[in-house]
Design a protein around this ligand. Structure first.
Ligand code: T4K
Length: 398
C-alpha cells in the first residue's frame, strides 16, 4: 500500500468521516412513518406529542424522572446556567468542544479553565478545588468521549463549597459511572443529539435531572419564558425541539442496542489492527463504566511513530480518512479566550500535551474488519515512510 501523499491511489474512494451519521435502514422507515403521523396531526413543534414521547423514553433509558428536550446541547447548557441565575466564574475543562465554554461566556460568566486527568481526559477534581474562589458559582464537568467524570469527588467539592454542578454529557448517551447511568449526577446533565452523535435528532439535545421544579423552570425558559398563555415570568429564549427532530430520535431508539454492539466491535477491531503500529495507541473506551463506544480516540507518540499528529492527519485526509483533532487546541489556547486571560493562558500541561497527541477516527465503517485493517495498514506504512511523509507535509505547508 502506498499512501496517497506519496503518490498512491487513495486507500478509500469515499470519505471516512468521524461524524458519519448512524442511520440504519429501519430507522429511516420508522422516521418516515412518524413524520406522516405528525403531518396528519398537523402539529409540528411547540411541545408536541412526539417530543413528549421522546422525553419520556430518554428519561426512562437513563433512569431519571425528568428529561427536557432542546434544539441542541449548546442551548440546553445555556438554559441550565440561566435557570440557576449564576454569576461570576465557572470552572470548566479546557479540553472540550468549545460549545461547553461558549455557553458559559454567552451567559456572561467567566470561564476558569481547569486541567484534565490523563487516564480518562475528564476534569481533575483535585485541580478544581484549587481554582475555587469567592467568585466561583459552578463547575461544569464534561464526560469526554463517554468517560464519565469523577462524580463522587466532584459532588463532595460541590457540597462543601455550595456550588452548582452541571455535566456536559454530549458524548455520553447511555454511558455510566460504574453501574450508575448518567442523568442523575450533579444538578443537571445535558446530552447532544447532533447528527454526528451516537443518538441523533439531526440537531437536538436534552437536559436530564431528578428535580421536578428545575425541569419546569427549564421548560419555561426554553419557551420564551412563558409560564402559561400570555404570562412571561422569566427571560426565556426559543430552545424548543421540533416534531421532526423528535421523530428522528424515536425512530432511532430501537436501533440503539445493535448500534452500540456494532460500535463496540469496531473499537475492538481497531484495537487488534492498531496493536502493532509503533507509537499509536487506541485510548480505552468506558474507563468509568458502560460506554457507547462512539468515539475512536487514538493517541500519537510522535517520537516513536516518526510523524507528528498534525502531519499524520494531513496524510490520512489524502487517503480519504477524515481524522479529526478532537479536541485541539485546548479552549484556553483559542484566540478568543487566550486574549482575555491575564497575564496569559493558564498552565494546563495535561490539556496541552493531550491536545497535541489525540485524533479521532471514524466509527461508522461499511466493512468493519476490512476497513479497520486498511486504516491500520495505512498508519503502518506512513510510519515506515515517516521521513518522506514529513518532508512532503512540510513542503505543502511552506
Ligand atoms: N459539548 C461537547 C463535549 C460537544 O462535543 C458538543 C458538540 C457540544 C457540547 C455541543 O453540542 P451541540 O450544540 O452541537 O448539540 C461537531 C458537531 O457539530 C458538534 O455537535 C460536536 N460536539 C463536535 C465534536 O463535532 P464539527 O464542526 O467538528 O463537525 P462537522 O460538522 O465538521 O462534522 C464532522 C464530520 O462529520 C464531517 O467531516 C462530515 C461528517 N458529517 C457531518 C454531518 C453534520 C456527515 O457525514 N454528515 C452530517 O450530516 O462539530
Amino acid at each position: 500500500m502506498k499512501p496517497a501523499i506519496l503518490g498512491g491511489e487513495p486507500a478509500f474512494s469515499k470519505p471516512q468521516a468521524v461524524g458519519f451519521p448512524l442511520v440504519e435502514p429501519d430507522t429511516r422507515s420508522r422516521f418516515h412513518a412518524l413524520m406522516d403521523s405528525a403531518f396528519e396531526r398537523n402539529w409540528l413543534t411547540n411541545d408536541g406529542p412526539l417530543v413528549r414521547q421522546l422525553e419520556r423514553a430518554v428519561a426512562e433509558l437513563h433512569g431519571v424522572e425528568e428529561c427536557v428536550s432542546a434544539c441542541n446541547a449548546t442551548v440546553a447548557q445555556m438554559l441550565a446556567l440561566r435557570a440557576f441565575e449564576l454569576g461570576g466564574e465557572v470552572i470548566v475543562p479546557s479540553f472540550t468542544f468549545v460549545a461547553s465554554v461558549h455557553a458559559c461566556a454567552w451567559q456572561g460568566l467567566t470561564p476558569v479553565f481547569c486541567d484534565i486527568r490523563r487516564h480518562d481526559l475528564t476534569i481533575d477534581p483535585a485541580l478544581v478545588e484549587r481554582l475555587i474562589s469567592p467568585r466561583t458559582s459552578a463547575i461544569v464537568g464534561v464526560h469526554a468521549f463517554g468517560n464519565v467524570c469523577d462524580v463522587d469527588a466532584l459532588e463532595e467539592i460541590r457540597r462543601r463549597h455550595g456550588l452548582r454542578l452541571i455535566y456536559d454529557a454530549a458524548h455520553a448517551f447511555g454511558c455510566s459511572s460504574g453501574s450508575q447511568s448518567i442523568g442523575g449526577f450533579g444538578d443537571v446533565e445535558f446530552l447532544s443529539f447532533h447528527a454526528t452523535k451516537f443518538f441523533s435528532t439531526f440537531e437536538g439535545g436534552a437536559l436530564l435531572t431528578r428535580d421536578r421544579h428545575l425541569a419546569q423552570a427549564l421548560r419555561n425558559l426554553r419557551n420564551f419564558g412563558f409560564a402559561g398563555y400570555d404570562n412571561v415570568e422569566t427571560l426565556g429564549l426559543n430552545g424548543k425541539m421540533s416534531e421532526a427532530a423528535a421523530a428522528m430520535g424515536l425512530a432511532s431508539l430501537p436501533a440503539l442496542p445493535a448500534r452500540r454492539e456494532r460500535l463496540a466491535s469496531t473499537q475492538e477491531a481497531y484495537r487488534r489492527h492498531l496493536a502493532g503500529v509503533p507509537g499509536i495507541a487506541l485510548r480505552p473506551a468506558g474507563v468509568s463504566g458502560r460506554s457507547n463506544y462512539h468515539y475512536v480516540v487514538v493517541e500519537v507518540d510522535a517520537e516513536r511513530y516518526g510523524v507528528t499528529r498534525d502531519h499524520l492527519v494531513e496524510a490520512l485526509w489524502r487517503d480519504n480518512v477524515l481524522a479529526r483533532k478532537y479536541f485541539y487546541p485546548g479552549c484556553h489556547r483559542m484566540p478568543y479566550y487566550a486574549s482575555k486571560a491575564a497575564p496569559g493562558p493558564a498552565p494546563l500541561p495535561v490539556t496541552d500535551e493531550i491536545s497535541e497527541r489525540v485524533l479521532c477516527l471514524s466509527s461508522n465503517l461499511e466493512d468493519v474488519e476490512a476497513d479497520t485493517a486498511r486504516i491500520a495498514a495505512l498508519l503502518q506504512v506512513i510510519h515506515e515512510r515517516a521521513e518522506e511523509v514529513t518532508r512532503l507535509c512540510t513542503v505543502a505547508a511552506g
